[in-house]
Design a protein around this ligand. Structure first.
Ligand code: UDP
Ligand code: MG
Length: 324
């Protein structure tokens, strides 16, 4: 039996913690009883610099039952960093982790299936929302638009998957070798590789408290995601510059023709051609400079170039020989 650690980032979640901790404990106990996970499994709350009583509550839970653990960050660093901090803190104590939100909007009954898929040999199991019936039209529209724009901008994210996912220990080790400062987990996890699968669930409403992701945070999150994963916006500028420059050539031909037909005021031809040509050339030049900056940007991230899944070495072959 393998050890499961649940990792839950919490920011000002005093209203939901009592209920969340109770439900998660029941879930873990039932999994242990069913002998799906070991007794050493834990529930880890990560306090992301909350201003309310969240940390005191986590401390109290830990004293009441060692099944609960807590990680306290020095200040608020945002959901992604809090989650990463939790995962990296626990990764050497467990065989698998599942990350989920403190408000239990993600159906915890999907945990059973995730664990099942882990035993089938998957290193990453993505929780995917099958329905958004409970979300307001606005949330649904913005959230689904988010995934589409991300994909368009060259960020490879799993559609309708937030941060509810199971990761095995070696997948976490792989994640740990990504050195980038702007870590956008949803985009980076698929980059790790290994076998993965999906589990579908219906997303519920927040049962208490308010969303910690207002529109402003959501937009900046989307922008972070795009700019931290890809340099596609730069290529788009280059392409736009090229198009405008091509238009300027067409404009050149057009205005020269108009000029010889005598249908223009003096000075119009040179003026209109320069406007288009200079505009296009400038955009193109900015785009090209941008391409280089983009390269420098990706280099400074020092991403691992590969992660070795298995190594069939001589020692391995020797072992087999002695066995047979
Ligand atoms: N969260 C966090 N730090 C922040 C904002 C949010 O750790 O700065 C946590 C929050 O406590 C919750 C999760 O991120 O566990 C998701 O937040 P929320 O449910 O408010 O987002 P929504 O479901 O509305 O997108
Ligand atoms: Mg939520």
């Amino acid at each position: 039996m393998d050890t499961l650690y649940l990792v839950i980032p919490c920011y000002n979640e005093e209203e939901v913690l009592p209920e969340t901790s109770r439900q998660l404990l029941a879930k873990m106990t039932s999994l242990i009883e069913k002998q799906k996970i070991s007794e050493k499994s834990r529930i880890v709350f990560v306090n992301d610099g909350s201003k309310d009583r969240t940390w005191e509550m986590i401390e109290q839970l830990h004293h009441e039952n060692p099944m609960y653990q807590g990680v306290c960050l020095s200040r608020n660093r945002g959901h992604q960093n809090a989650l990463l901090a939790g995962l990296m803190t626990v990764k050497d104590h467990c065989d698998m982790t599942i990350s989920l939100d403190a408000d239990l909007q993600d159906d915890i009954d999907a945990i059973d299936e995730m664990v099942e898929k882990y035993y089938e040999g998957n290193d990453v199991v993505y929780g995917v929302r099958s329905a958004r019936d409970t979300d307001t039209f606005f949330k649904k529209f913005t959230a689904e638009g988010f995934y589409k724009v991300m994909k368009h901008m060259g960020a490879d994210v799993v559609f309708n998957h937030a941060d509810y996912r199971l990761m095995s220990r070696r997948a976490l080790d792989g994640l740990g070798s990504f050195k980038e400062v702007n870590m956008f987990l949803r985009g980076v996890v698929p980059m790790i590789g290994y076998r993965s699968d999906k589990v579908y669930y219906a997303r519920k409403e927040r049962f208490a408290g308010t969303s910690k992701y207002p529109l402003k945070k959501m937009l900046s999150f989307a922008w972070e995601g795009i700019t931290s994963l890809s340099t596609k916006p730069i290529s788009m500028i280059t392409r736009l510059g090229t198009v405008i420059f091509l238009v300027s050539i067409i404009m050149l031909i057009y205005s020269v023709v108009r000029h010889f037909m005598g249908a223009t005021t003096t000075g119009w031809t040179s003026l209109i051609v320069s406007i288009w040509a200079i505009g296009g050339l400038q955009l193109l030049a900015i785009g090209i400079i941008g391409q280089y900056i983009g390269k420098v940007y990706l280099e400074t991230k020092e991403r691992p170039k590969f992660i070795v899944e298995q190594y069939l070495s001589d020692e391995d072959a020797e072992d087999k020989k002695t066995l047979s």
